[in-house]
Design a protein around this ligand. Structure first.
Ligand SMILES: [Zn+2]
Length: 277
């Protein structure tokens, strides 16, 4: 069961507004009156049923949690079991069965744009063919499963390395061309407001060439003097590697890096060129 959330939807009469946990954390620090007026109207971003509470943490990232007596709708992914490694590998390997591209698009609709979607993008249903391929010997599945997700926020931690996630968020982005035999295209992804590096994504020539024209139109930074920065919404499915680099300017001196090995495993929205980060 998923118990921590990184966004909530504010619903009060006819007003709806999606908030990230970072936005509510900032409101709580800087505008307590506004926070107090909003906090009783925050709901689950998927099913809109249970109230969510904002939790401030000292050492970890803040998060939303479900009010103790409130319950999620039965169609919400939050009440499913977390998909295990075999299922997540199958999602990665069989992109037509897993419909990963649709899931990524629907993830942005649901969590960033507050648009209704026909199918919950995080759920893998117990009767889906995908499960039979992932676990051929298993006959009964106890429940539906959910694909874990991680919003691209200021802080990533080692929990998010070496496992498959749907990563998503509103970010800034730079495209860099390097001389590398296998992955010459790098997208550096920065926090939307704070401009800190969140992670990097690597692409081969072949995968890069299959990206949409709007993405390939992003100007490459060929050396340190180039500084073409774009904003966009992004969602992708991969496993990140973390590595430690002393004296670096990222949080905890730890870099996160993932490979996108198929253009169906990444989607973009609203790409706009902006100023330097
Ligand atoms: Zn829910």
């Amino acid at each position: 069961m998923n118990t921590k959330f990184e966004e909530a939807i504010y619903i009060n009469n006819n007003i709806r507004k999606p908030y990230s946990v970072e936005e509510i954390s900032e409101m709580r620090r800087n505008d307590l009156d506004q926070f107090l007026s909003v906090k009783g109207f925050l709901f689950c971003p998927e099913c809109n049923l249970p109230h969510l509470a904002h939790n401030s943490c000292n050492n970890k990232t803040d998060y939303f949690s479900t009010y103790p007596k409130d319950e999620h709708d039965e169609n919400c992914s939050c009440i499913c079991q977390k998909a295990d490694r075999k299922i997540l590998v199958q999602v990665d390997q069989d992109i037509s069965l897993s419909r990963i591209k649709n899931r990524l698009e629907d993830c942005l609709s649901l969590l960033i744009n507050d648009k209704a979607v026909a199918n919950n993008p995080f759920k893998v249903f117990r009767n889906e063919q995908l499960l039979k391929k992932a676990m051929p010997t298993k006959i009964n599945y106890d429940s539906d499963y959910y694909i874990p997700r991680k919003r691209l926020t200021q802080y990533m931690d080692s929990d998010y390395a070496d496992q498959f996630y749907i990563f998503y968020g509103k970010v800034k982005l730079k495209s860099i061309l390097i001389s590398d035999k296998y992955h010459p295209h790098i997208f550096r992804i920065y926090h939307f407001k704070e401009n800190r590096l969140v992670c990097s994504l690597k692409f081969s020539d072949n995968v890069y060439n299959h990206l949409p024209d709007t993405v390939k139109a992003i100007k490459n930074c060929k050396d340190n003097n180039d500084n073409y920065v774009y904003s966009c919404n992004i969602a992708f499915y991969t496993k990140m590697t973390s590595y430690y680099k002393k004296d670096s300017r990222v949080v905890g001196n730890t870099f996160f890096e993932g490979v996108i090995n198929n253009s169906a495993k990444i989607v973009f929205q609203d790409i706009v060129q902006v100023n330097r980060p």
